[in-house]
Each structure stands twice: as structure tokens, then as C-alpha cells.
Design a protein around this ligand. Sequence first.
Ligand SMILES: [Zn+2]
Length: 259
Amino acid sequence: MKLIDIHSHLNFPDFDSDREEVIQKLKKEGIATITVGTNLQTSREAVALAERYEHLWATVGIHPHEASETYDSVELLELTKHPKTVAIGECGLDYFKLADESLKHKQKELFLAQIEIARQVGKPLMLHIREAYEKVLAILEQNKDIKAHAHFFAGDWEVAKKFLALGHTLSVTGVITFTTDYDEVIKNIPLDRLMIETDAPYVAPVPYRGKRCEPAYVKYVAKRIAEIKGLTFNEVAQVTSQNTKRVFNLQNQTFNVWF
Ligand SMILES: [Zn+2]
């Protein structure tokens, strides 16, 4: 089995007690993952993990939830240049339960700053978007030179079409194993624009629903996509891995050893 979970947080404290074990198990199963940073500290940890393991990559960035915090922009930029850093993020806009207009403004400033970094270092964005799809699309429309990937896609087909028209890619999580709400959009997204993820430690798929999620469970996401699209598991595994290689530019030795 060769799969890539494009968005997980092995850097989070949820894995402090058994991180090494989880990472070794992944390797044994032939699963790679991109460890995602959400602030300077978790970005640092993501890069440190990616340095230690050939089947891990990192993203570096500041989550919109952290828009009120300050961070060392020089160190952040340095981390984005690391050869195993494959994207800037997770970054974007999160308007869920957000009434404060000044926070929306801060989120936008933070997002725009990260778009500038993406441009400077020539890497794609790992987007986090909640209840702000149209706002993010309007910003991407003005930055057409930037490649972006929308993680945890929860929009409908109308929204998906707009991302696809701009040349971007989308991924879905274990949520698709316990609801049919996304069947239509998954059916419609061309396989060469789709990737798979767990967002571990969150949203574990069936049969682990409610438990801590691990990147290894990405196989259940792939299996469900195969079912919905009427494809084989291997087709989904192969094409989503190729998409990951293409979009996140995984051209190093690691990818060749693994895929
Ligand atoms: Zn995440």
C-alpha cells in the first residue's frame, strides 16, 4: 500500500506519548504524511519531524485562529525555505462563530502575508477555510500566480468548481466515511485534482470514529472515495499520490524511494 495523508498534525501533544510508534507503524504500512504547522512552534516541530523521517514532510505557517498572536516573521520565513517544507500554511480565513470584524481584518492581513511568502519561496498554500469560501476565492482570484490546496474541503460542487477553475486542488477527510453529504462533490471532482487526508488527531474515520485519529487511517478515506467514484482502491491510491507529488513538488529522493 502506498498512500499519502496530505494533512496531519503528528506535531501536536496528542501524539506525545506514542509519536515514535505511530510514525514507525505508518512506515510499515507504506503511508507517508505531511505534518502541518499552525503557528511558529508547531511549524518548527513539523520541520524537525520531517528532517528525521523520510516518509514525513512539513508545512510552515500560521493558522487564522492565531491571527491575534505575534510571531517571529524572520524565523517563519527561514522555516518555509527548508527543503522538506512543501507548503505555506495552514493559512486562510476561519469565520466560524467569528463576529468580531477586527479579527476578520487581522485574519486577512495574516493570510495576505503568507501569500507573499508563498510567492517569495515558490511553494503552494495549504488552505484552511471555514465559512469563508467566497472571501478566500476572491483573494485567490487576485493572486492567480499562487498555487493553493484547500484542505478539509466542506463546500458543495458550486464552490468546488470555482477552486478547480482557478487550477487549485482539494482534499477530504474521514468525515466522508460517516456522512453521504459529500458524495456528490466527490463524484464530480476529477480524480487528478483530489487528495486524501486525515487531519489527525481530529475526525477519525469509521471504524475509529470518536477516537484519536492517526495518519494511517487515511486508507479508510481512500477506500470510501473508491466506492463513491466506482474506482479501485489502487487507482485512488496511485492518482492521489501522484497529485500530491505534483502539487507539493515532492521531487526529492524520499518520494522516489516510496512511490
Ligand atoms: Zn489542520
